[in-house]
Design a binder for this molecule. Structure first.
Ligand code: AMP
Length: 307
């Protein structure tokens, strides 16, 4: 099954209570692709970078099997840049700077051979660009997942709400769910958001796990308790990559299968946060994923008799 991934490929500068980086390679699509590459053999990227972006980072994606034909390189321009600082409680962070650079004028072009992709992952990006990609698809993908963040809600809410009408699954964090719905209770927020268009909603709660909603059901998966968490950047995107990767591998879009995909999403996010940037994701193996799956099953297994 083919998966088309759209999102930022970026430079990030990150500060957490455990350290600080200069410009390192990041971006929503980078994390999504690295994570999904463990599940999908037909992964295709649409994004944009400037002439300052290292070839080495593109080579890495290609080595992981990502088709980068849809990655535009604007030689004269600069790559999207984001910097963020995490609080002591690393579930919260502040964006220090967002430089759109190449994104400002980005017109995504979906290569003709990817216009019939079965699965479409609209990673965090300008909502109008996410919609431009949707417009270019020749046939409606089996599943369209959209991820976004507070930056786009603050600045482009009407565009985002238009995009939401056309997607099947929305993935956001708890703070963003509250901002989008203007509700504090996540259950009430989910009801409101599901009325905006998506059939399914995933609310990511950092180290407190993730919730999956449709109109009738709700499922919760905890995050794996980890000994070392150095940098949560990209956890949400790694989650989305694992989720979409598993769905595409199994080619099953039922709620029951989405529950399993949420677990694989959580597992991929658990690797991401253990080191700064994409470092840990680069070294993950299938064996490591399967070992964490076993840990996950042990963590949630319980046998109970009624009183
Ligand atoms: P996450 O921690 O999963 O929310 O994703 C972090 C990644 O999102 C970083 O690598 C950033 O480059 C990227 N990012 C930050 N701000 C934006 C934005 N406004 N739009 C798209 N990607 C962004």
């Amino acid at each position: 099954m083919s998966v088309l991934v759209v999102g930022t490929v970026a430079f990030d500068a990150i500060e957490t209570p455990f350290g600080k980086t200069d410009k390192i390679v990041g971006g929503a699509a980078t994390y999504i692709c690295l994570s999904a590459s463990f599940f999908s053999k037909n992964l295709n990227l649409v994004s944009v970078v400037g002439g300052d972006f290292p070839n080495k980072a593109i080579d890495l994606l290609q080595k992981k099997g990502v088709n980068t034909k849809g990655l535009q390189i604007k030689k004269e321009e600069k790559t999207f840049f984001w910097s963020g600082k995490y609080h002591k409680d690393m579930n919260a962070r502040d964006t220090l700077e967002t430089q759109l650079n190449v994104l400002e004028t980005f017109d995504p072009i979906v290569p003709p051979e990817h216009k019939n992709s079965e699965y479409l992952m609209l990673g965090n990006l300008m909502p109008s660009v996410q919609r431009r990609v949707l417009e270019q698809m020749n046939s409606k993908p089996k599943l369209i997942v959209l991820d976004t963040m507070n930056f786009w809600m603050d600045n482009f809410m009407p565009d985002l709400k238009e995009a939401l009408k056309e997607v099947d699954v929305l993935t956001i964090n708890d703070e963003e769910a509250r901002q989008l719905s203007e509700e504090y209770s996540l259950v009430s927020a989910a009801k409101k958001i599901l009325a905006m268009g998506p059939k399914y909603l995933i609310i990511k709660k950092g180290e407190h796990g993730a919730l999956l909603f449709d109109k009738e059901n709700v499922f919760f998966a905890p995050a794996l308790p980890l000994e070392s968490v150095l940098d949560p950047t990209g956890a949400g995107d790694s989650f989305a990559g694992g989720f979409m990767g598993y769905i595409s591998q199994t080619d099953d879009i039922t709620f029951e299968n989405m529950k399993k995909a949420v677990v694989f999403g959580s597992i991929m996010a658990s690797f991401c946060v253990e080191k700064f940037g994409t470092e840990q994701l680069q070294h993950v193996t299938k064996k490591m994923i399967n070992c964490r799956l076993k840990n996950f099953i042990d963590l949630v297994k319980i046998e109970l008799n009624s009183i």
